[in-house]
Design a binder for this molecule. Structure first.
Ligand SMILES: [Zn+2]
Length: 189
């Protein structure tokens, strides 16, 4: 039988699933990307695979963090983004009230700054959102994606099933945007 590979997300963990001639389900976390690859026998049910992911989720996350910790920060392009700072802030100022209304949340304020390892952050206590200036060089919908991600944190602090449930609700195609923004998954949100 030919190898068939499909992509899945379970409990917020992205993984590719390849069917092979083998006896047991196996899992690898690939360095340096932290990508999760699962191999399973042809006869294994999808539920079995999801159960396997659930059992291993703590190990997977720890392993991904360990891998990321060994990687130097992704260099932000050297090009000067400063001239894009004001247009970016204007765009956020347009988007923010739309999403606040849609999501029934309220940020106290937002800021744009250079960030080395993140696209955005949200201080749950002060409700202030920071977005990376590097987003100014990306497709405009990716700025919107990160903004929505940070606003979801005002509803749910953790990256858990509830969090991703909100993402699915407000931005059903967020996974495609996430992949476009993080092709090598080195920058966290
Ligand atoms: Zn986050």
């Amino acid at each position: 039988m030919p190898l068939s590979t499909t992509e899945h997300t379970h409990l917020g963990i992205y993984f590719s699933l390849t069917r092979k001639r083998m006896k047991n389900i196996r899992l690898r976390v690939i360095a340096p990307s932290g990508e999760v690859k699962v191999s399973a026998p042809h006869r294994a049910r999808v539920e079995d695979v999801l159960h396997f992911i659930a059992e291993k989720q703590v190990w997977i996350r720890q392993h991904q963090q360990r891998i990321q910790a060994q990687i130097p920060d992704t260099p932000v392009p050297e090009q000067d983004l400063e001239h894009l700072r004001e247009p970016m802030k204007q765009r956020i100022a347009e988007l923010l009230p739309i999403w606040e209304q849609r999501m029934h949340v309220r940020a106290s304020s937002f800021g744009v700054r250079k960030m080395k390892t993140r696209w955005g952050s949200c201080n749950i206590r002060t409700r202030k959102i920071w977005l990376s200036l590097a987003l100014a060089a990306k497709d405009e919908d990716l700025l919107e994606y990160v903004l929505v991600h940070e606003l979801v944190h005002l509803k749910e602090a953790g990256h858990n099933a509830r969090f991703y449930g909100f993402m699915d609700e407000y931005m059903p195609d967020w996974r495609e945007k996430h992949k476009r923004l993080n092709p090598n998954a080195r920058i966290r949100l």
